[in-house]
Write a protein that binds this ligand. Structure first.
Ligand code: R5P
Length: 314
């Protein structure tokens, strides 16, 4: 078996370190810096020739910098003769621009897929892609893990009494159904309309939340508009307790302020995007669950040519 090497970009060093610890390998040494004009400079200080190389990088804000850094690292590994290169992207940015839903707009998720492949990635490992169909934008293998086992383990100790799984928009219904099947409970759906990139309008709720514990599941919290507004709706419709969960806590713009005012008893997210200590202090309801073991185990299995889907896939 070829040697495993794991490296980290600058987007989420804490998660990369925990993944490496789970695997029992030290993170590879890499010199990353910025040239005076803002271009990224990178040099691998450990040999990758003939190795099974993994680079861990979330494409979270600053999205373009982190994406470019990932592409540069893949290019570097390819030129350094790595045998196989896996882009480990815990949070895959640009995923929401995944279709032409009006004239004269790009499909940026497809562009990112092309860029990763052209740079030299042989595989992609990611988690809770905004839309599972994005896997089809690649002609290389993509393992799209689900954070469901991590969240379900947490929820099972929290949820008591009658439960309703709420999808805060139509796009998350499938996700909510997976949790409903695992935890038991009814399903409710919120009819959301997006007014702008940072504003949403909630039209109606389909399903019953009165006197229920509500578990609201989303993939991303960006500006916080979707979940904060949905929280108000389920509260107004009589929910007894509101637990909100989202895999990727991007938390941009007014997100922290919105979440601090939202009627959540608990707010659970994962560590695919780093959350500053100051933000954690402002959100007492927040719990951050780690996906390091999940991603570490998937890397171990990819390296050993063992099944990933049998344990983790949606
Ligand atoms: C939308 O389709 C996604 O699933 C999320 O609901 C959305 O990206 C969250 O964005 P925001 O927090 O800005 O409402």
């Amino acid at each position: 078996m070829t040697d495993l090497r794991i490296f980290a970009g600058r987007s989420n060093p804490a998660l990369a370190e925990q993944i490496a610890q789970y695997l029992g390998y030290p993170l590879g040494r890499v010199l990353l810096d910025d040239f005076p004009d803002g271009e990224i400079s990178l040099k691998l200080l450990d040999d990758v020739r003939g190795c099974d190389a993994f680079i861990v990088q979330s494409t979270c804000p600053p999205v373009n910098t982190h994406l470019m850094e990932l592409l540069i690292c893949i290019d570097c590994m390819k030129r350094a003769s790595a045998k196989r290169i896996t882009a480990v992207i815990p949070y895959f940015g640009y995923a929401r621009q995944d279709r032409k839903d009006e004239g004269r707009v790009p499909i940026t998720a497809k562009l990112v897929a092309n860029l990763l492949t052209t740079a030299g990635a042989d595989r992609v490992l990611t988690l809770d892609l905004h839309a599972a169909q994005i896997q089809g934008f690649f002609d290389i293998p993509v393992d799209n893990l689900s954070a469901e086992p991590v969240f379900s383990a947490y929820f099972s100790s929290l949820v008591t009494g009658p439960l309703t799984l709420v999808s805060p928009d139509v796009g998350n219904v499938k996700r909510a159904r997976v949790y409903a099947n695992r935890l038991g409970g009814d399903l409710a759906i919120i009819d959301k309309r997006r007014v702008s990139g940072s504003e949403t309008k909630t039209m109606a709720i389909i399903g019953d939340v009165k006197d229920k514990t509500v578990l609201m599941i989303d993939d991303i919290i960006a500006t916080g508009s979707t979940v904060a507004r949905a929280g108000e709706v389920v509260r107004d419709y009589g929910a007894r307790r509101i637990i909100t969960a989202a895999t990727h806590a991007v938390l941009c713009g007014p997100a922290v302020e919105r979440l601090s005012k939202a009627p959540f008893d608990r707010l659970a997210v994962t560590d695919t995007v780093p959350i500053p200590a100051a933000v954690r202090e402002q959100l007492p309801a927040l719990t951050v669950l780690s996906v390091s073991e999940l991603m570490g185990e998937a890397i171990r299995r990819i390296h050993r040519n063992e099944s990933v889907s049998s344990l983790f896939m949606k």
